[in-house]
Design a protein. Sequence first.
Length: 162
Amino acid sequence: MVMDFIQKLPRKLEDVLGTEGLDQFVDFLNSAFVASRAQILETSADRFELRVSTDISKIKIDLTAFKADMKNDFLEFKILIQSENAKFRSEIRMDIADFNSEIRKEIKELREETNQSRLEIFKSIGEIHKAIAVQTRWMFGAILGSAGLALAIEKILHSFPL
């Protein structure tokens, strides 16, 4: 929709130009204003487009930089997590190795204690067998001695006349 910019002019100008001249002058001014307005709108649109393009380019650059920073941050985070994970695994392996070593040491100590206890038991059994053997010898000796003494007493008693 085209709008007329100039609708009325002063009467003195109408007297100088005449009615037809005034209408032509108004049409000329309106067409000049329309052309000027179109030119201004086109220039403004071009400037706006240029400004938007520039701002979009800056935003793209900023987004690219942000993306690169985030990539680097995530990569650093990933490396840190992997490092911590490796450290944790290493600590766990060391703890397991220490635990295994401790268990083996305790099992070895228990075996040594068990073997020592067995040796002591065998030694005690041997001493008990020895004591039994000595007691048995004494018993046989006492029995033989008692039998010999009984025979001697009997012989003595038979040697006296009654």
